[in-house]
Design a protein around this ligand. Structure first.
Ligand code: ADP
Length: 224
């Protein structure tokens, strides 16, 4: 099964997506991680997409679609059906259609489920503007709600914490706007197909984790 995790910036897709994938024993693939890795490596593609990220805009479909789909196919052993938790893709209707087409070609019988994490806008803004991430293991902290034991240092691996370039207040507003205009239609797209479920993301992390897992399990075909 392909589980597409959807939700506004700051809704918890990264944290929850990783744990959902590990609970289900499937792979996890995040478009944002692919982009940030390419930017950190200063690859040609990373440099090409940097200006969009810094402005809080989406990377154009023609840049992200081939890179993401190639990574998705590569993340599944050859000959097996494609599956896993996708975080941040598809984010536009064009990307959803491109994913459909790739699945038709590579894994026609795969089931698709879209899970949306619902979080009110004021909570999203507070989470993003106070967010610090570990440069080593990607663990996420928040200056207000979940500070690290030592300022600027990861509790888990001891590496330095950093703020994402797109977590500045002005960029956050732009990202929320882009989400509302470009990604809400994708939610409607999967809802119309009957393959969409909502989960309340404005609850303690563990509660959200349990709800997501229960919702994903309840949507899985019984025979698998
Ligand atoms: P968030 O959802 O918290 O904003 P992500 O880590 O998923 O963060 O993505 C960071 C940024 O990378 C997005 O704001 C966007 O600019 C870009 N991005 C990620 N995935 C896509 C995608 N599928 N299509 C276009 N741009 C993307």
């Amino acid at each position: 099964m392909i589980i597409t995790l959807m939700g506004a910036p700051g809704s918890g897709k990264g944290t929850q997506g990783r744990s959902l994938a590990s609970s289900l024993g499937v792979s996890y693939l995040a478009s944002g991680d692919l982009i940030r890795r390419a930017m950190a490596d200063r690859s040609r593609w990373g440099e090409q997409v940097r200006s969009y990220i810094e402005r809080g805009q989406y990377v154009p479909d023609e840049d992200i679609v081939p890179v993401f789909l190639q990574a998705l196919i590569a993340s599944n052993p050859q000959g097996s059906r494609i599956g896993g938790v996708l975080d941040g893709f598809p984010r536009t209707t064009e990307q959803a259609l491109a994913l459909d087409e790739a699945l038709r070609d590579f894994s026609p019988s795969v089931d698709q489920l879209a899970l949306v994490l619902d979080v009110p806008e004021d909570v999203l803004i507070a989470r993003l503007s106070g967010r610090w991430l570990c440069s080593g293991c990607n663990a996420s902290y928040n200056v207000q709600t979940h500070p690290p034991i030592m300022v600027g240092v990861c509790d888990v691996c001891g590496r330095a914490l950093m703020q994402r370039v797109d977590d500045r207040r002005d960029t956050i507003q732009e990202r929320l706007l882009v989400y509302a205009t470009s990604t809400r239609p994708v939610i409607d797209f999967y809802a119309a197909r009957g393959s969409l479920k909502h989960v309340n993301g404005d609850e303690p992390e563990l509660r959200v984790r349990e709800s997501l897992l229960a919702t994903a399990r309840s949507a899985m075909p019984v025979s698998r």
